[in-house]
Write a protein that binds this ligand. Structure first.
Ligand code: ADP
Ligand code: MG
Length: 242
């Protein structure tokens, strides 16, 4: 289980995360919705141990991200894909994907390469495995980013607006793969503005507003008039998104 307990994060005078509680059990898909600036990326960065917490605790399968000795284990279990692809430009797709398995997991290169090619095939990139990032479309690059995260066989996949830099066609390509992963039982924390897609694939939806987690509801309840929609802030957010 991934647990976020009463997490606080402050930047200067701004409280960016204000007592956030969240639990993600194996197999669950949880989407995080919220306006720009509500703290979604900061939450992902905190789970990655990229930000020091000002309060509370985050554990990934019991490994506490605030404890230097446990952070590496916690990170191995949570694969992250960000909005921008951050691929190494001087490495091909397959080299990008096999890098961490070789460097971090100490896999033999040949084995890592075979695995990387299999994962690239699973995201529809077999024919582009030996291309460099500059030779790939945005949607293809983001699929390499996803393959790179999957190559570490994470227990939890953290996705931070992975389609927001893509045009609609490329967005559809990437969402199709995320949909397959979700149906295949991959555990996901999915930060997104793709409301309709989130509605289809999520077990639960949480809504962040100015650093507070306003609701954490099963998807059907989130979108029901007596559930999430009864919250004026959420109703306003959803009406602007359509
Ligand atoms: P979201 O991903 O929901 O758009 P963010 O987590 O990126 O929101 O940001 C939440 C708030 O924290 C914003 O007000 C943002 O300006 C602020 N913030 C994020 N990172 C930093 C930082 N490194 N230093 C100062 N303020 C930051
Ligand atoms: Mg963000």
């Amino acid at each position: 289980m991934l647990t976020v307990d009463k997490v606080r994060k402050v930047f200067g005078a701004t409280t960016v995360l204000d007592g956030v509680d969240l639990r993600i059990r194996p197999g669950e898909v949880v989407s995080v919705l919220g306006s720009s600036g509500s703290g979604k990326s900061t939450l992902i960065r905190c789970i990655n141990g990229l930000e020091r917490l000002d309060g509370g605790r985050i554990t990934v399968d019991e490994f506490d991200v605030s404890k230097p000795r446990e952070l590496a284990e916690a990170r191995k279990r949570s694969g992250t894909v960000f909005q921008l692809f951050n691929l190494y430009p001087h490495m091909t797709a397959v080299e990008n994907v096999m890098l961490a398995p070789v460097e971090v997991l100490k896999r033999p290169r040949r084995e890592a390469e075979a695995q990387a090619r299999a994962i690239l095939a699973s995201v529809g990139l077999s024919p582009r495995a030996d291309a460099y990032p500059a030779q790939l479309s945005g949607g293809q690059r983001q699929r390499v980013g996803l393959a790179r995260a999957l190559a570490m066989e994470p227990r939890y996949l953290l996705l931070d607006e992975v389609t927001s830099a893509l045009d609609p066609e490329m967005t559809a390509e990437v969402l199709a793969i995320l949909g397959e992963l979700a149906r295949g039982g991959t555990t996901m924390l999915f930060v997104t503005h793709e409301i309709e897609f989130a509605r289809r694939i999520s077990d639960r939806i949480v809504f962040l507003d100015a650093g507070r987690l306003l609701v954490d509801l099963p998807t059907v309840e989130f979108f029901s008039p007596a559930g999430g929609l009864a919250n004026p802030r959420i109703a306003q957010f959803l009406s602007k998104m359509h």
